[in-house]
Ligand binder design. Structure first.
Ligand code: CP3
Length: 351
């Protein structure tokens, strides 16, 4: 691979500069993304068209000096393949036609065949791997079982997660049944992504931080641990680095590291240096600039990049990223300022 800095940093090997990629790096803040989405018809049509999904995956790499590509897809493709009927409305967000709210609905769920209902995702992976031609690694991903369950039970985006949290306290066994089948589905899905050619995996536990610490250890963390174990015991799985990202989960970093993951994604509420001091070098850290800092002028963005790099100190085993996805109204030129500043300010040795 021409540029394997991202994989080297995840493994704790020396790097010449801190690698950087951006959550939601392909997306609406890029005019070329909006044009390709319009050509596809809709967001879901875009996900289901391997050539166009490949095109939007590559778009940010043409503009910015990024050290990794991330598969263009969505975490909600898995529950959609489980029969929930996903739609995405502009300004409303994702919706499921058939949310999961009782035992009958949980019992009816099966584990989708990644090369069946989800074949379009694997086709996209194979197309992107060919197009990348060993230039940079490709990251595959899935949602965490808990985060997927929030959408499956609520039926869409939620402010307070009332229905799914009520299920956790009223019918914990039912929620565990749901999380179990979702974890099986995600495990199969991620193994298939590895077989199709992704170089690394990330699990997005976007709503883990909405749980109390006991509930997090009961309803989110064990299912992510199961997924790490499933992936690591599969062919090629032991050499595929896995990043777990629980938004708002910095205070639980020790417990997250104990799953055997290779890296922990942190949002901007955590100090990379403090988490590093607590955990040592045994795990990589990813993050964690505030996505809103990209509203600032270039000089302020450079100062913020320098502050994130200074926080982690020696810069070892660090993958630079935002603490959550890039926002749709960010100026792409500001993203370029960030990416270039990361490389320039973290350069080590001869460069
Ligand atoms: O990071 C990347 O560039 C890869 C692509 C990617 C998307 N979604 C594309 C997308 C990834 C990794 C995701 C993950 C995802 N999807 C998460 C976890 C990460 C996070 O951001 O917290 C979640 C919670 C979702 C669910 C989801 N998908 C929501 C709530 C929405 C609507 C809100 C929004 O931002 O529009 C989506 C749609 C979505 N997923 C878009 C993109 C580019 C926007 C769709 C459009 O083009 O209109």
């Amino acid at each position: 691979m021409k540029n394997d800095g991202y994989l080297r940093a995840l493994r704790g090997e020396p790097v010449e500069r801190t690698p950087v990629w951006i959550m939601r790096q392909a997306g609406r803040y890029l005019p070329e993304y909006r044009a390709t989405r319009a050509e596809a018809g809709s967001f879901l049509d875009l996900c289901q068209n391997a050539e166009l999904a490949c095109e939007v995956t590559l778009q940010p790499l043409r503009r910015f000096d990024l050290d990794a590509a991330i598969l263009f897809s969505d975490i909600l493709t898995v529950p959609d393949a489980m029969g929930l009927g996903l739609s995405l409305e502009e300004g409303v967000g994702p919706r499921f036609a058939r949310p999961v709210r009782d035992a009958a609905a949980v019992t009816a769920l099966g584990v989708p065949d990644p090369e069946g209902e989800l074949r379009y995702v694997m086709d996209a992976v194979r197309t992107i791997v060919r197009a990348l031609d060993d230039s940079v690694p490709l990251i595959g991903f899935a949602g965490s079982p808990w985060t997927l369950a929030t959408y499956m039970v609520e039926g869409g985006t939620s402010r307070d997660f009332r229905r799914v949290k009520a299920m956790a306290y009223e019918q914990p066994a039912l929620l565990h049944d749901l999380l179990g089948v979702v974890a099986d589905a995600v495990g199969e899905y991620l193994k298939a992504q590895v077989a199709a050619g992704v170089d690394a995996l990330m699990v997005f536990d976007t709503w883990g931080g909405a749980l109390g610490w006991r509930a997090y250890r009961e309803f989110s963390l064990p299912y992510m641990a199961r997924i790490v174990e499933t992936v690591k015991s599969a062919p090629n799985g032991s050499s595929t680095p896995v990043t777990l990202f629980t938004k708002g989960g910095g205070q639980w970093a020790e417990a997250i590291a104990a799953t055997g993951c290779d890296a922990i994604g942190l949002d901007w509420t955590a100090s990379l240096g403090e988490v590093r001091a607590r955990l040592g070098e045994g795990v990589a850290l990813q993050g964690n600039m505030d996505p809103m800092s990209l509203y600032g002028p270039p000089a302020a963005i450079r100062r913020e990049v320098a502050a994130v790099l200074a926080d982690i100190g020696d810069g070892g085993r660090h993958v630079f990223n935002l603490g959550h996805g890039v926002l749709p109204d960010i100026d792409p030129d500001h993203v370029a300022v960030m990416v270039d500043a990361v490389h320039e300010l973290s350069a080590r040795g001869a460069s």
